[in-house]
Design a protein around this ligand. Structure first.
Ligand SMILES: Cc1ncc(COP(=O)(O)O)c(C=O)c1O
Length: 450
């Protein structure tokens, strides 16, 4: 029996997170990673643009991060009492770098950070409603587990990603269109006094890349300030990847709270929630704080060491310069390639993130625009890329990432392989079966699974 078959006997679906069991690749077993590459159990090498959904901005097994973790592991274990020097240093760095952060708490994942952000917002405001945007993902917990990659007939109403969520919880989340200031202003006019928080990916990367308009980000700030609602920027993807100060440093719009994860420790399990000190002081890490906050692994010395080494490298080496240059090159040359081939496409992204949507321009502003993407071509060419040893996740609307370890030679190969993969997909007329590749949602709105 293969390892993948053994996995399926003892692990539901054979993998440990949704969207890891990929149609056509269910026998894939990963055995090694290094830099921009991973290898499978058959010894096949892949250039990795999936990047575990975003953490390894420096590349896999970065030697400086690995050395810092090895050093910490020989010195310091988890004690679960008081604080360590690394936690203080990391909090000081985050407060210095990220405009909204005066105080910060560490978690183990991004989902925990967004969960606590919303609990805090509700506690502080005494209000019930949360606003999110179609296409944004903020983790697996109930309040935000809806309206990510929705089928067309599910846009405009609640589209949970899971059964088992109480309808009362879904009802307390309002879903709006991204980049639509008029809709935002209308919801605030109607419900402003009940809105505890607005949570948003400043660049919604969970559907590839929707770039925010300045007007929209400003409207978020204005409406939340006027209504006394808490504005949460979920920078789990954009934090450190786009800038050390997050996208808020780029846009000049400062939220009340910020959530971080992924790239801040280059792949070690860590998340963070930071923001205005007057809000953060409500957490029970301060004795008597009324908003309960806990986690056995919060501030674990190993991910903290990884985060400190990552920050140091991002500050000292031209990482952003490198990935932004490669990103511009990929976007520019893919755009030219599709034009030459006569394939309608919009290549977009930001910095190290890129995505090719197969649809006519202009660049999409909201999830609605992405309904025009040719899903069969999007998934189909990525399946063929795998045959060329190039890994971009073959699921609809997923973004791709460059790292400090990717080179111009990697980009040359990516461009050649993309041309071959797109031609072949077009010649075949696309894959006939797109089951489990095109949406993330569609669960029943009742609470039962059966
Ligand atoms: C924007 C955003 N927020 C939150 C999360 C949840 O983070 P985690 O998977 O670490 O719980 C993710 C994960 O993909 C994300 O992309």
């Amino acid at each position: 029996m293969t390892l993948a078959e053994r996995a399926r006997r003892v692990i539901p679906g054979g993998v440990n997170s949704g969207q890891r069991s990929i149609p056509g690749l269910t026998d894939l077993v990963i055995t090694r990673t290094a830099g921009s590459r991973f290898w499978d159990g058959d010894g096949r090498e892949f250039t990795d643009y999936h990047a575990a959904f975003g953490p390894p901005l420096l590349g896999h097994n970065d030697p400086d991060v690995a050395a810092a973790v090895a050093d910490a592991s020989g010195r310091l274990g988890l004690t679960g009492v008081a604080v360590t020097e690394g936690e203080v240093l990391l909090a000081e760095q985050l407060a210095e770098l990220i405009p909204s952060i005066e105080q910060v708490l560490l978690t183990s994942t991004g989902s925990e950070a967004t969960f606590h952000a919303l609990r805090l917002a509700r506690a502080v405001t005494g209000r019930r409603l949360v606003v999110k945007f179609q296409g944004c993902y903020h983790g697996w917990h109930d309040a935000v587990s809806l309206n990510v990659i929705s089928a067309p007939d599910r846009v405009g109403r609640h589209d949970p990603t899971s059964t088992g969520i109480l309808s009362e919880v879904l009802d307390a989340t309002l879903v709006l269109r991204f980049n639509d200031p008029a809709a935002l202003r209308q919801v605030f006019a109607e419900h402003g006094r009940d809105i505890a928080a607005v949570i948003v990916e400043p660049v919604p990367h969970n559907v590839g890349a929707l770039l925010p308009t300045e007007e929209f980000l400003r409207a978020l700030r204005e409406e939340c300030t006027a209504a006394g609602s808490v504005l949460v920027f979920d920078e789990v993807i954009t934090g450190f990847r786009h800038a050390l100060g997050g996208y808020q440093a780029i846009s000049g719009v400062t939220p009340d709270l910020t959530t971080l994860g992924k790239a801040i420790a280059n792949g070690a399990p860590i998340g963070a929630l930071g923001g205005r000190a007057d809000l953060m002081q409500y957490f029970s890490s301060r004795p008597g704080g009324p908003v309960f906050f806990a986690g056995t692994y919060n501030g674990h010395p190993l991910p903290v060491a990884a985060a400190l080494a990552t920050v140091r490298k991002l500050r000292e080496q031209p990482v952003h310069e490198h990935v932004f240059r490669l990103g511009d090159r990929v976007r520019g040359e893919l755009t030219a390639l599709y034009e030459r081939m006569g394939v309608p496409a919009v290549v977009t992204g930001y910095g190290s993130v890129f995505v090719s949507y197969f649809m006519p321009g202009p660049a999409p502003l909201s999830y609605d625009d992405l309904l025009a993407n040719d899903t069969a071509l999007f998934v189909g060419y990525r399946r063929h890329l795998v045959e060329h040893g190039i890994f971009e996740l073959p699921l609809n609307l997923k973004r791709s990432h460059l790292s400090y370890a990717h080179t111009d030679a990697d980009v040359d190969r990516l461009l050649e392989a993309t041309e071959a993969a797109v031609r072949r997909t077009l010649a075949e007329g696309g894959p006939s079966d797109l089951t489990h590749t095109s949406t993330m949602g569609g669960a029943a709105t009742t609470t039962g699974a059966r």
